[in-house]
Design a protein around this ligand. Sequence first.
Ligand code: ATP
Ligand code: MN
Length: 527
Amino acid sequence: MSLTAPNPLADLGIKTTVHLNPGVDELYAHAIRLGEGVQAATGPLTVRTNKTGRSPKDRFIVEDDLTRDTVWWGGFNTPIGAGVFDRLLEKMTRFAEGTELFVQQVYAGTDPRYRIGCRMVTEMAYHSLFIRNMFVRPTEAELAGFHEDWTVLNMPSFRADPATDGTRSDTFIIVNFTRKMIIAGGTQYAGENKKGIFGVLNYLLPAQGVMPMHCSANVGADGDVALFFGLSGTGKTTLSADPSRKLIGDDEHGWTDTGIFNFEGGCYAKVINLNPEAEPAIYQTTRTYGTVLENVVLNGDGTPDLNDGSLTENTRSAYPIDQIANVQPGSLAGHPKNIVFLTADAYGVLPPISRLSPEQTMYQFISGFTAKIPGTEDGVTEPSPTFSTCFGAPFMPRHPGEYARLLAQKVQESGARVWLVNTGWTGGKYGTGKRMSIAHTRAMLSAALSGALDGVAFETEPFFGLEIPTEVPGVPAAVLNPRDAWSDQAAYDETARKLARMFRENFGRFEDGVELAVTASMPNPDA
Ligand code: ATP
Ligand code: MN
């Protein structure tokens, strides 16, 4: 293998074998040669990783003159000194001489006005394929004049020494806004590549009047756009892949003065227990050449076993968006008509669908609630609540109030309707009730998006002040009001009060930064 000439990493002082913009076939060959994975009998490159999820505690932002007063420190935004970054980069540069590296020149963002050119430098060939699938691939002409705004240097086999390097562990992801660089080591989880750049856009775009969002998006036959916000596991990917609507993207979007654009050129779907009948489009990607399957176990005959969660429950398929049949060309569309906040409430308290006022919209957006089911620990039956501001706290460098105000302004200007949809439990909390059926959730969404709910009567529930439709085509009336769905209504009231108190306690952190009207839409535990 020869050095690509001229050396595409000369500015970093890295002298080693560099593969510039390799294609899919080449990356399969490299990944297999380097022992990163194998080709599944159904086609995808299948890999195992040392970490099977993100490492939010090992993510840092360099604190300097640029970020000191513009980043909201605390929570997931942990400051680190510029010196730590510089020393680690220096070490990585030297370490790189003994490795071979892969470079992809790709965009983050489908809107040419706001996209950033990314030079993605990875030690793993499979990361390079992941990046090719997940980012926006430039045309030949765009590649010829490619401008690199940001560089990501990701070398999983480089490990930091916390004692001398100033990190928390041997794993680190450090974002440096001044140098326009992200460096990462210690983790093979490919999702860090995309989430790192997501965080960069989430910082840059608000300054340009663009709202960055952790949401999926699709568009109906008559051009009506819908957004689906939600934390991990709430259904962004599942519910946006709707055969009757064109997919814009499944995870990260921007909202500009003209409408919605995808940050990505691919999707990253969970595939554990994937049902081919319920989710045929996503299932098909696990049988397609070019897909990356992460931590999926293969059967003896080389076919994927999607029901095997022995490596992790977070098994993933990463594929270019055009593997889905019904996609919006260019992943660009107009202003949204409907916005859905997805929550998977394992307390079974929140209604399966409700309509939000502008103040409730801000309140729910800043709260960012979901409640996961307990892990596999014996005897644990209490759901674990998560409040993650903007439905994506780990990726939001600025103060939540900044994003909430931008969203409120865009919602007002566009006249979009906002819905809260509980894809979690019904009829009781986790342990007693059951998960909402996907068919019911889809029926409720299709009624909301089509305007069919505009004509029906709504009732207001007392704890959260949420407006619940009294009828939805294709959904039994008893499912719509969560209190009616519980057999023990006293238990419902008790659980609802408890959840209302959790909401109030969480919101205490933000009260200073938001308007009184928003604070007034706090839930009432004494109802
Ligand atoms: P991430 O941010 O991690 O990508 P996501 O929001 O895209 O998460 P999905 O990948 O869509 O979440 O996961 C939702 C999971 O919940 C899927 O496994 C889906 O099958 C399951 N599920 C069960 N019931 C429902 C429901 N009523 N609505 C949506 N998803 C449901
Ligand atoms: Mn998703």
